[in-house]
Design a protein around this ligand. Structure first.
Ligand code: RNT
Ligand code: ZN
Length: 407
């Protein structure tokens, strides 16, 4: 224990906060690492479609992972620099099919056996996502709400196949698998029928989710707009909120999926009056849903504050969701994942008396909290968990020895 931490511990104790307890609590909460930051959401499919789907990774920093072994090595390197508990979040396009083309509705658990074996060795859980984009059958911008029966049914079969894979992941790893259903469906400009796609989406989801699968936690993610779906997104937050409530599935809130100046922290206590749980996609929008690397900023802090103040840590799943291809991708993982855990720790270091304060006293307390010796507690959290405080050198070495050789 450093002298700095010792002093910090005493300073927080004066506010009635036990820093050791906060550290233990912060380390326990699982944060799901999204595999898609490691390769700019490219995936390993034999026939690759353009990303599409209203999302876009920008940048061409060298060294992106080109296959499962590279991506797993990159994730392992990132995790070696992260304190606390993690899971890994996969997308269907990260299936490993031995060079053979396998259509998305034909995916099987065996195509994820390497990921499952790896997760087992590392004793981590896996989460999952069907991939309803980057595919010829999604090129006109519609999937589960498509007007064409055959196309819609294809995507329903894809979702069903993914849920069965998620069930195997959960069973093999002894940990529930959070499967998130996000579709890009929407229109660029003034659709004259906003109704029919929503009717079709409701029906499609009901079919997709029908099979009872133990260990599978289904989530649905809404959105306000995407690139090319600026005017209308079928699966809006309103749509999915009601869908989730009536069907007993989990609503996913992505921090970048609202109006550009709208933040999500105020929504948490509102949704959790009625929903049992929420999946939070931890992301950072800049001017639009730009999926920037998460940093320890006010938006992020407010999200974790709300969850901790509401005593709702067991009612939220945390999953990172960003993809920046313009800087070292391992650093991108480490910066974002550490920022999330930092925000969690900061929230856990708030005095329990805070919600009772009012007026000037409340404002004064909030101001004073900002300059508390938080850094020393964060360093203690890292050290106590065997994660380095200074990690950038490792990333630079890995870049030189591994990433730079990927041509
Ligand atoms: C897209 C959604 C979705 C994706 C991932 C890749 O706007 O945020 O969660 O980012 O499925
Ligand atoms: Zn998301």
């Amino acid at each position: 224990m450093t002298t700095l931490y010792h002093e910090a511990k005493r300073a927080y104790a004066r506010l009635g906060v036990d820093t050791d307890k906060a550290i233990r609590a912060a380390l326990k909460v699982p944060v799901s690492l999204h595999c898609w930051q490691g390769d700019d959401v490219a995936g390993f499919e034999v026939k690759k479609g353009p990303l599409g789907g209203g999302i876009m990774a920008t940048g061409n920093y060298p060294g992106r992972a080109r296959n499962g072994d590279e991506l797993r090595a990159d994730l392992a390197t990132a995790m070696s620099l992260l304190p606390g508990k993690h899971r890994v979040n996969l997308h269907a396009i990260y299936a490993e099919t031995n060079g053979k083309f396998v259509e998305r509705d034909q995916l099987k658990p065996e195509h994820f056996s390497k990921w499952i074996a790896w997760a087992k060795r590392r004793r981590i859980g896996l989460d999952f996502n069907p991939t309803f984009f980057a595919h010829p059958k999604a090129s006109d911008g519609f999937t589960l709400s498509h007007v064409d029966d055959a196309t819609r049914t294809f995507w329903i079969r894809h979702g069903q196949a993914c849920r069965r894979i998620a069930a195997v992941m959960a069973k093999e790893l002894g940990s529930p698998c959070v499967i998130n259903h996000w579709i890009p469906d929407g229109a660029k400009d003034l659709p004259t029928d906003r109704w029919s796609p929503r009717v079709r989406l409701t029906g499609a989801l009901d079919r997709l989710l029908k099979e009872k699968l133990p260990g599978v936690v289904d989530c649905v993610e809404g959105k306000l707009f995407g690139l090319g779906s600026e005017d209308y997104v079928v699966g809006s937050t309103e749509f999915y909120s009601h869908y989730a409530l009536t069907r007993g599935v989990v609503l996913c809130l992505d921090m970048g999926h609202f109006h550009p100046t709208e933040t999500i922290h105020d929504k948490i206590s509102a949704f959790l009056q009625f929903h049992k749980k929420l999946l939070l996609h931890v992301s950072r929008p800049i001017r639009w849903d730009s999926d920037h690397i998460v940093i320890f900023n006010d938006d992020l802090r407010a999200v974790f504050q709300e969850i901790v103040r509401g005593n709702a840590l067991d009612r939220a799943f945390f999953a990172l969701d960003y993809f920046d291809a313009s800087i070292n991708r391992i650093a991108a993982y480490v910066i974002g994942a550490r920022a999330a855990r930092k925000a969690l720790l900061a929230a856990l270091l708030e005095p329990a008396s805070l919600p009772q304060l009012e007026g000037a006293q409340k404002l004064a307390a909030l101001e004073d909290l900002k300059t508390m010796p938080f850094g020393a507690v964060w360093e203690q959290l890292c050290e106590s968990n065997g994660a380095p405080v200074d990690w950038f050198g490792t990333v630079q070495r890995y870049e030189k020895e591994v990433l730079a050789k990927r041509k």
